[in-house]
Design a protein around this ligand. Sequence first.
Ligand code: AMP
Ligand code: ZN
Length: 664
Amino acid sequence: MSIEQQINQLRNELREHNYNYYILDNPTISDYEFDQKLKQLQELESAHPEFYDANSPTLRVGGAVTKNFETVPHTYRMYSLANSYSKEDLEDWEKRIKKMVDGPVQYTCELKYDGASMSLTYEDGKLVRAVTRGDGFQGDDVTTNVKTINSVPLKLKGDYPDKFEIRGEIVLPFEGFAQMNAERVAAGEEPYRNPRNTASGSLKLQDSSEVAKRPLECLLYSLKGANLPVSTQYESLEKARAWGFKVPEVATLANSITEVLEFVNYWDVHRHELPYETDGVVIKVNDLQQQEELGYTAKAPRWAMAYKFKAERVATKLHTITYQVGRTGAITPVANLEPVSLAGTIVKRASLHNADQIAKLDIREDDTVFVEKGGEIIPKIIGVDFALRDQASRPTQYRTTCPECETPLVRTQGEAQHYCPNTEGCPPQIIGRIQHFISRKAMDIEGLGGETVALLVNNGLINNYADLYELGVSEITPLERMAEKSAENLVAGVEASKEIPFERVLFALGIRYVGETVAKKLAKHYKNIDAIATASEDELTAVDEIGSKIAESVVAFFSEEKNKAIIDRLKHYGVQLEISAEKLANQTNVLEGNTFVVSGVFTTVSRTELKKLIEDNGGKVSGSISGKTNYVVAGENMGPSKKTKAEDLGIPIISEAEFLQMIS
Ligand code: AMP
Ligand code: ZN
């Protein structure tokens, strides 16, 4: 076989596997095999640039950087949708339709996916352009980024037309969103507010490999083009699905508004079971001929209607606005509400996010506000009932000083959040840093909880995490609620933390943007704290997965004298500031590229040790079995559902002994 044939064969195979995995949700090979094939293709392509293909599956991993997104006109305008909120609205709509078209009208009912709308152009079965909605007439060309989204086919299958556009919505499923946020919070960053904005923000990232890391999905819903081989909307969904697009299966035909309402009522309840956010139903006249007769208003098609789900909403009194200070000094304004029942829970507080948000909604103390629980997890204030506002009320003046230490707040240009710059003297920042240091995933200090940290700081016994190592029992016992026994436990817990491995100590230091994963990467690469402390920004960014934001923050941290002093003290107390020799000796890369799921009870090693062994040898540990799992390590009493799932996916189940054999 010639090189070109090999390359083409690999591309076709990878495309098929990608389709099975992301569109059909039914992988037929393991991730490991997939990665091997991808690697092989990458190597062949880089050795033979003459066979470059702008739609090769290797582009999924990203890498290209877009500095400025070009504005391009849409061939077919991207319209808005008219909204309806009731049965009556829909009946009125039907009456208007029936005046304009003859014969019976059938509808397709689809869900309204809440993400970023996108228009994709395909020529000869290849994705040539992806453009955001923009103002509907023109949008931004984000092709490079969209190519990294696995559910966007780069090359189509079947009897697709030569040239057409397809429209869809790019969404960020809840699970991936929650995971991204957990990582951000652990790294001392503000969590993202909602999946929709995060999805649309992702499309405008300059570095496409960053986009590739985000678990975005593209759900498609309409075709545009000349001479399309379809005569109804429903058919176009089926065709698109056959060409390889991800088209949700829920679309249903309805013969009357009554049937439309059945669909609406069903999904109003069951949408909460979907993996991504939806904010309504879109009803479209099914027959494309009738659609054409109906045409468009200035803003929206007459043949389609969005029916918005009612987000659960209540009105309540906002008593006061208070301000919270986080461990990084970020200030969050909080609305303290008259407790009110909403979507099954009692809501007393809601985040107001930042000064801009308060100004935008003109929220004031003593206002009656509307609180909503939509797709978002935390309830939010969506507006003010101005009719009930007191005449004497004045606009909210955002705090200018820290609520805890009275230091004037600062706000860096381009950032939404205000900060208290008094990192050394501001109690919640001091306490927050120590609480982070002792937390389970960091130093995991037994016998010491978050409240005790506050108690110790407030009584002047500690001021930073190094001080923990000088605490004596006799100092602690005089404190309220600190019996001799608890004091002893605390001191013993601090002592035991000297055994915590370097990578976790590094995470515990609370360097901004250095979350668990980044800490592991840095520890593995540099082996000890001094090497990290003296690395330059350029050297740091050269490390795999370390971006300039992280590098900048690491350099800033180690350039501060007070941090150097604290680290010297930690070293002096015997905290692990380098990878232990034993660990170095035990580290290999034999499991690289493999993801393991651990299930059951083990005999030779504990579960935790087993997981550590996997990571030390370059493997990844995951909590649940999916197409990405390479092996399941099964101990005694492995969960039966895990077993069936592994068997269904054809993932090898290995014993503890077999695993140990793999790394020996
Ligand atoms: P709006 O932004 O409220 O005017 O709603 C129009 C937008 O809804 C479109 O631009 C699409 O991005 C989005 N949308 C989501 N799901 C669908 C769907 N199934 N059919 C049509 N549009 C949809
Ligand atoms: Zn402060």
